[in-house]
Design a protein around this ligand. Structure first.
Ligand code: NAI
Length: 282
């Protein structure tokens, strides 16, 4: 029975995950490396809830209850009473390994570990712990409180019991989980990345202007945004990184980053976050 949830990392994703857990009634403890970063992460959650109230999407009682269920800490020792821990720290295998080791020295054997990684191998992460059967991937989408989808990924070693518990946990957050394989890109990025890379390749080959390709895919396919708007939103560096991980694994041209994407990343044109990608942002 999952009652208390730990969240490692209160960055972009960790803050959203912690909010979703607390909002669903779980006692939620989120861990950061320093007090200032923790404060910033918790403030991000409050701001998100306040904006929800302003837009009429969140009731003030829900905000208050969410914040009551939530606490922050900089000490792993405060996660001792957790039943499930979602890790959402930097995308680095060694850092994740170190964090799992430190946690395992403290928490009970029954605790399930989940990683929100976008690109690392879930089986490799599970194998870095002493609980490879109680480990799974739980891949949320940004912004977590609003996005319904969660990909649940079984490592080769994940037990049926753990898989079922994690899937049910995702449902209990009001999400719509799907089962994805432990392969780079899981399901969504496996299909999305080649599409985005194709758009860049097509543009390089003169298929049309950036604006016309975006408009074509938006109005012709009913997508909420065109591929270049989406690339700028996701971040060109993130797309390039994930494409390289996928190419490394599958060695198929569909996952090979086109030269223009690489050069835009090298030039620092990363999309919205850097003020310029395929479009300019002021
Ligand atoms: P971020 O950089 O916004 O947040 C990471 C946070 O983890 C930072 O605040 C950092 O201080 C903290 N941290 C680092 N080491 C820590 C430790 N040992 N203990 C506690 N906190 C620690 O990164 P973001 O974007 O939230 O990504 C986190 C994870 O989520 C990554 O594995 C990433 O692949 C995955 N992810 C990211 C998505 C995105 O759209 N950005 C989407 C889905 C998954």
């Amino acid at each position: 029975m999952i009652k208390t949830v730990g969240v490692l990392g209160c960055g972009l994703m960790g803050a959203g995950i912690a909010q979703a857990c607390a909002q669903s009634g779980y006692k939620t403890i989120v861990v950061e490396v320093t007090e200032p970063i923790l404060k910033k992460g918790l403030a991000r959650i409050e701001k998100f809830l306040d904006e929800g109230i302003a837009r009429g999407k969140v009731a003030p009682e829900v905000r208050d209850a969410t914040l009551r269920h939530l606490s922050g800490t900089t000490s792993f020792a405060d996660l001792v009473g957790c039943d499930l821990i979602v890790e959402a720290i930097v995308e680095n295998l060694d850092e994740k390994r170190v964090a799992y080791g430190a946690l395992e020295a403290l928490v009970d054997d029954h605790v399930i570990f989940c990683s929100n990684t976008s690109s690392l191998c879930i089986t490799e992460l599970a194998a870095a712990t002493k609980r490879p059967d109680r480990f799974a991937g739980l891949h949320f989408f940004n912004p977590v409180p609003l996005m319904k989808l969660v990909e649940v990924i079984r490592a080769l070693s994940t037990s049926d019991e753990t898989y079922r518990a994690v899937f049910a946990f995702a449902e209990s957050l009001g999400k719509e989980p799907i089962t994805a394989p432990d392969r780079p890109g899981f399901i969504v990025n496996r299909l999305l990345i080649p599409y985005l890379l194709d758009a860049v390749r097509a543009y390089e080959q003169g298929l049309g202007t950036i604006e016309d390709i975006d408009k074509g895919m938006k109005l012709g396919c009913g997508y909420p945004m065109g591929p270049f708007t989406l690339l700028d939103f996701v971040g060109l560096d993130t797309t390039y990184y994930v494409a390289n991980v996928m190419f490394e694994e599958f060695r198929e041209p569909a996952y090979a980053a086109p030269p223009l994407l690489k050069r835009m990343v090298l030039a620092g044109r990363l999309g919205r976050k850097s003020g310029r990608g395929f479009y300019e942002y002021t």
